[in-house]
Design a protein around this ligand. Sequence first.
Ligand SMILES: Cc1ncc(COP(=O)(O)O)c(C=O)c1O
Length: 395
Amino acid sequence: MKYHYSSMMDFIQPLPIAQLLNREEDPGQISFANGFPDPATFPVEELRAAFDRAFSRYGANALQYAPPEGLPSLREKICGQLKESGIRCELENVLLTQGGSQALDLIASMFLDRGDTILCENPTYTGAMGPFDMRDVNYIGIDVDQEGMDIDQAERALAEHPEVKFIYVIPDFQNPTGATLSLSRRRRLLELAEIYDMLIVEDSPYRELCFGEENLPSLKSMDRNGRVILLGTYSKILCPGLRLGWVVASKEIVSRMTALRIASDMQCSSINMYALDEYFEEADFAAHIRGLRRLYSEKKQCITDAMRRCFLENVRYTDPQGGIFLWLTLPPQVDAARLLRELVLPREHVAYLPGEGFYCRTPQKNTCRLNFSGCTVDQLETGIERLGRVFRQVL
Ligand SMILES: Cc1ncc(COP(=O)(O)O)c(C=O)c1O
C-alpha cells in the first residue's frame, strides 16, 4: 500500500551516519563517532540493588502509573542537586522527562509554529535540530569560538530579528565543539534576552563533567524572570538506558509542559524513577561524578596528546575543558565525509562524525566531531595514530 505521511515526515532525515557505521561488519573499527559514555562507568551493581529495593519497598506500586511530572521524592532530590550549583527551585519547577531528547521535543511543540525563527549556535546539536526542523523553523545560526556563541554576532542578529522565538544554547562543553560559553558572554546573553524579552533554552547534559575545579554559573542560576528553561539528563553522568532527564523552568511552563506530556507519553517509566530515587538514597553520587570527571579528563588528555604527536599543523582541534567531544578543522578544501567514506573507514577502520550535519546554515565540510568518552585509552591512541596516517598522506 502507499502510505500517506504527514508533512512533518518530510523533515525527518535518514539515519545519521553514526548509526550507519556498522561495527558488527567491521569488528576492528575504532569509533569516535557516537556520543556514548564509557559503559565501564555505569554503576550496574548499585542500580541492580536499587531496582531490588524499589520492588521490595513499593511492590506492585513500582509498576503502577506514577505522577506525570515525576515522583515527588525524585524531583525533591533534583532540587537538592541543583541547589548545590546555585539554582533555586521548588518541586513545581521540575518535570522529569525521558532524557534531554524528550524535553527538546516538548519545547518544540510548546513554543514553535511553522515558520518561526530560533537563534542557536552554528554548529549545534543535531538531535535538537530534529524536533526544531519538524516545525519547519528558520534558524539564525551564530558562530562558535573557544568562548562559545559569538555574542556580538548574536546581538546584531537579534536587533535584526526581534521575532526570534527563543535562543537555544549549550553553554557547557558544547556538543559538538566542546566549547564553553564564557562568563561575560553568559551575562550578555541574559541581558539580550531581557532586552528582547526572549526565552533561553539552556541545554546542559555535560555540565557536571568539568575537568577543572569549578563550573561557570549556569544561565538558569542567573535568571530572575523565569526566562531560562534548563534541560538536564542522567544520560551522560549515570547511564542513558534509564532514559531519565529533567526540565527546570517557571511553574507556569512546567505545568503546561506536564499537560502536554500527558497527551504524548503520560509519564516516565515508574520503576526507573523508583530505582533512580533508591540509587540516590544509597549511592555516593558526588563521588561517582568525581570519578567520571577524572576518567574523561584523562581520556581528553590522552587523545589530545596523541593528536599533538600524530597530526600536522594543518589540522586544528579544540581543547575542551569538560564533556565528551572535541572538534577538528581540516584544511578548507577537504570534505571530511568523503574522506571518511573513501579512506578513513575502509583503510584504517576508524570512524568520526563529519561536521557538516551539525550546521543549521553554511555547513563547513572540512570539520568533524570526535568523541573520547566511549573509547579505551588504547583505542584513543591507536585511532588517532591511524587517523594521523591518513591525514599526513592526503592533506
Ligand atoms: C546537547 C544535547 N542535548 C540533549 C541530548 C539528549 O540526551 P538524552 O536524550 O540521551 O538525555 C544530548 C545527547 O547527546 C546532547 O548532546
